[in-house]
Ligand binder design. Sequence first.
Ligand code: SAM
Ligand code: SF4
Length: 410
Amino acid sequence: MPELPDGDPAPKDGTLPDISMDRPFSAYVHVPFCQVRCGYCDFNTYTSTELGPGATPREYDSQLLGEIALAGQVLDGGKPLSTIFFGGGTPTYLQASQLAHILGVLELVFGFEDGAEITTEANPETVDAEYLRSLKDAGFTRVSVGMQSAATHVLATLDRLHTPERVPMVINWAREAGLSASVDLIYGTPGESLDDWRHSLAEAIAMNPDHVSAYGLGIEPGTKMGQQVKRGILPDTDPDDLAAKYEIADEMLSTAGYSWYEVSNWSKPGHQSRHNMAYWRNSNWWGFGPGAHSHINGTRFWNVKHPRAWAERLKAGESPAAAREILSPQERAEEDIMLGIRLAEGLPDTAGLAGPGQALDRAELAKRRHKTMILAHDGLLDPSELTGGRMVLTLNGRLLADTVIRQLWD
Ligand SMILES: C[S@@+](CC[C@H](N)C(=O)[O-])C[C@H]1O[C@@H](n2cnc3c(N)ncnc32)[C@H](O)[C@@H]1O
Ligand code: SF4
C-alpha cells in the first residue's frame, strides 16, 4: 500500500485552523474490509485473516461513531452534508443495517441537505435485492457497482469473485429498489484484447446505468500484480493500448448518450456524481475511517492507516489524524488547477493567477495566454473554448492531462 505523506503533526484534539463552512460539505466513509484482496488493488483494505480483535467488521459501525462525534465537535456542528460516499474496501461487506446505522449518526450530527446524494460502492457478489432495498430505505440514493470487465478471463486475472452475469442482476435490483446505478470498469488488464474491452463496454451500456467510470489499470509496485509484472509473469500495461481503449470508451459511451464530465467519468444528463464533483472543485469534506483523507478550507489531514491503530486513538479520546498539511495560497491554486482541468466544464484561463480580490499581474497573464495558445495549437486544449476564456481539454488533452498540468505550471 502506498505510504502516507509525512506532513506536519496533527493536534491530538483534532482542532483545525479554519472551520468556516462557506463551501459545500461532504463526507467520505472508508470501509477497510474485503473478502479477498484483488491482486491489482493498492487501497487501504484488509481481509479477515489480516485483522483480529479490536478491528473487525462487526464493531466497525460503532467505532466510526467516535470519529463522527469528534468531527461534529471540531467543526462546531459543521453544516448539513450535501453528498456522502461510502467507499472501500468493500462497504457492502458490512450488514446493510450497519451502513444504515452510520448514515443515521451522520444525519444526527450534521443533518443532510434536501436532495443529498448518498452513494455506496458495492461488489456485485456482496449484494442482493433485499440488501439494496434496505439501503434505499436507509436513505441511500445511489450505488456504484464494481463491474470491472465482462470478460471472464479478465475478471480471473483481476482476482474478482463475481461472474459477468451477476452485474446486470445487481443493476436491475438497484433500479427496482429506486437507486441510481453506476458501474466501474477497468481497461488495460494483461490479456485483455480490444474486442474484450468493446464487449465490456457494450455489456455495461446494455444495462443502461446512469453513470460509468472507466479507469486504466494502474500497476502499483507493492501489489501482487506489481510483483508478477516485476518477475515477468505478467506483461506491464502498454500506454498505446491504454490510449486506444480510452478512445474506444469515449466513442462507445458518447454514442450511447453518456457525456464525459471528468477524464474517467461519463454520465447520462443530470447524473454526474456530485460527490466526485465536490473533490474536483476542491470543496470541503471529512474522510472517516482508517487512512481516510480530509480537506477543510485548505487544511488537508489524513488518518492513521491501520484499523486497530485508528480505533485505539478514538477509544483514547484522541483524533485519529496521523498528520496534516496547511496549503499555502500558491499550493491551493495549483491544486485547483490540477483538479479542475480534468473536468469537462474546464477552468477560466486565468485560474490560479490571482487570489480572491487580487489584481491580475499583466506579465503573468501574458505568459499564461502564450502557454494556452501553444496547448491549443498542439491539440490539447479546445481552441473555441479558449476564445471564450476557458481551458477545456480535447480528447487528446484528456489522454495527456498530466502533461497539460505540468506545462501550465512550468
Ligand atoms: C478500490 S475499489 C472499491 C470498490 C469495490 N471494492 C470494488 O472493488 O468494486 C474502487 C474502484 O477503484 C478501481 N481500482 C482499484 N484499483 C485500481 C487499479 N490498480 N487501477 C485502476 N483502477 C483501480 C476499480 O475500478 C474499483 O471499482
Ligand atoms: S474488492 Fe475492491 S477494494 Fe477490495 S481488494 Fe478488490 S478492488 Fe480493492
